[in-house]
Write a protein that binds this ligand. Structure first.
Ligand SMILES: NC(=O)C1=CN([C@@H]2O[C@H](COP(=O)(O)OP(=O)(O)OC[C@H]3O[C@@H](n4cnc5c(N)ncnc54)[C@H](O)[C@@H]3O)[C@@H](O)[C@H]2O)C=CC1
Ligand SMILES: O=C(O)[C@H]1O[C@H](OP(=O)(O)OP(=O)(O)OC[C@H]2O[C@@H](n3ccc(=O)[nH]c3=O)[C@H](O)[C@@H]2O)[C@H](O)[C@@H](O)[C@@H]1O
Length: 440
């Protein structure tokens, strides 16, 4: 089939590459000419495992190309995926759907044949209906333009794997014809026994919000319990292993840490809370708000642990923060807990150097006030404290003996419970881990 993917960001580029991989002819569309030029040259503008290879293969084969021209996309395809951004609104709570409606308005005049728009962006319930009404009014094909919602569940760092082998495909359809089109698009995946969950558009929109809200609540729950463990001199890591064995709870997504970040969970929990409020589900809104509050308090909780460890305020201390991306496997620094903690220590007068194996260039744009080191050894020279904030394997595998010689003080706070603390302690380090006893 011929498909277009409108919006080439963290979702759209992997999706376009994966659609080419399963055999479709794909045209990706974005407003950003520089990004389109790089993509057409087979270059990958984001750090995502496996994506550069897929892009290079399919731009070379001619099955995947990119443009800024929506008219070209409309002439080429009868299926259009919408993967533009839905950042949080100026009010800080609901989605700004300007990119979604902006793209639809720009595409509409070119829709002269029957077609299906497959929305993938994360949106407020009711968006599919509003978009269908708008397109019926503005497109020459009128009501022959159908709008489906097909929320995306991929994780950054696993985008290709999650797109080619998702747990489930959820689709909210307005008609049996639209469902047939979706089944045809995803046929190669459905042949691999991946479940297709077909529902109405409003339920599909809410499924996405509920999934991310639950993931955020689960993380805030365990982070709240980590606070309890810290106060009781108990061990959150062992507690998590034990409760995670109960299949009703599950071990996945239950790691205590510096809080959930990224371009999605923080905004999606906020927006789902606002939806609960506006739909009159006030108890649900209060539950979700509590999860947000736990998350918002994580930088301060991390600072408390850091200052307890060094036995004084961070002002004047030379601190190295390991990690800038919001999690390992990506160079995305949107709402990164690592950078929030680095910036908080900087505000408190610490001399902060940040090191990340892939995200220094993206971090520099958002936090130019911080110092950066591209090299791990370089980053710790003269440090009085290392704060491990992102769970990159490079940090887990770092050599405590070699680093001991480089630092001013061998003190490390592990906010991800990533390290084998015994090995580090044997090499002479003082190590504190989140929600775990100071002395094992
Ligand atoms: N990042 C992720 O892993 C996931 C994201 N999502 C959702 O997918 C949507 C996109 O997220 P990201 O890819 O992270 O955002 P992003 O900000 O990385 O990418 C959005 C892209 O859309 C482009 N764009 C904006 N208006 C356009 C227009 N009128 N025509 C063509 N292109 C346009 C922008 O230039 C940008 O490249 C959001 O709703 C997000 O919540 C859902 C699941 C996973
Ligand atoms: O809607 C989206 O964009 C996506 O949001 C998340 O994916 P992602 O943002 O890539 O990252 P996660 O792996 O969920 O991690 C989010 C944050 O929570 C933190 N986290 C995650 C898991 C955990 O156990 N503990 C924890 O602190 C991570 O470090 C990170 O800061 C969801 O997992 C995806 O299913 C969803 O499609």
């Amino acid at each position: 089939m011929r498909v277009s993917v409108i919006g080439c960001g963290h979702l759209g580029i992997p999706h376009a590459a994966a659609m080419a991989e399963i055999g479709h002819e794909v045209i990706g569309v974005d407003l950003d000419q520089a990004k389109i030029d790089r993509l057409n040259a087979g270059e990958c503008p984001i750090y995502e495992e496996g994506l550069p290879e897929l892009l290079a293969a399919h731009t070379a084969s001619g099955r995947l190309r990119f443009t800024t021209d929506l008219a070209e996309a409309a002439a080429f395809a009868n299926v259009h995926f919408l993967a533009v951004g839905t950042p949080i609104d100026a009010d800080g709570r609901s989605y700004d759907t300007g990119q979604v409606f902006g793209a639809a308005r720009a595409l509409a005049p070119h829709l002269t044949r029957p077609c299906v728009i497959i929305g993938k962006s994360t949106v407020t319930v009711g968006t599919t209906r509003d978009l269908a009404t708008l397109l019926a009014r503005l497109a020459p094909a009128g009501t022959d333009v159908e709008v489906v919602w097909n929320p995306e569940f991929l994780r950054e760092g696993h985008a290709i794997e999650d797109t080619l082998r998702p747990d489930r495909i959820v689709v909210g359809v307005p008609s049996p014809h639209a469902e047939d089109v979706v089944r045809e698009v995803y046929a190669p995946l459905l042949h691999n026994q991946i479940p297709l969950f077909v529902t109405d558009p409003a339920t599909a929109e809410l499924i996405k919000g509920a999934a991310n809200a639950y993931l955020g609540m689960k993380i805030s729950f365990i982070n709240g319990v980590a606070d309890m463990c810290a106060a009781a001199d108990a061990d959150v890591h062992q507690l998590t292993e034990a409760i995670g064995l109960d299949p009703r709870i599950g071990r996945g997504g239950l790691n205590a840490g510096p809080g959930y970040g990224g371009g999605c969970l923080p905004k999606d929990v906020r927006a789902f809370t606002a939806s609960a409020q506006s739909l009159g589900a006030l108890d649900a809104a209060a539950l979700l708000r509590a999860a947000e509050q736990v998350n918002e308090s994580r930088p301060a909780a991390a600072l408390t642990l850091i200052e307890q460890t060094i036995g004084r305020p961070v002002a004047g201390a030379r601190v190295t923060v390991w990690g800038a991306s919001f999690k390992a496997g990506t160079d995305d620094v949107r709402e990164s807990p690592a950078l929030a903690i680095a910036a908080l220590m900087h505000q408190r007068g610490a001399i902060v150097t940040v090191h990340d194996p892939h995200a220094v260039p993206t971090a520099l744009v958002r936090h130019p006030e911080l110092d950066y080191a591209e090299d791990l050894e370089e980053s710790v020279k003269g440090a009085e404290l290392i704060v491990l904030a992102t769970e990159w394997p490079q940090f887990r595998d770092a050599d405590p003996k070699a680093l001991f010689a480089l630092v001013e003080q061998p003190v490390l706070v592990d906010l991800r419970n990533l390290l084998n603390a015994d090995t580090w302690r044997t090499a002479g380090w003082t190590v504190r881990q989140l929600g775990r006893p100071a002395q094992p």
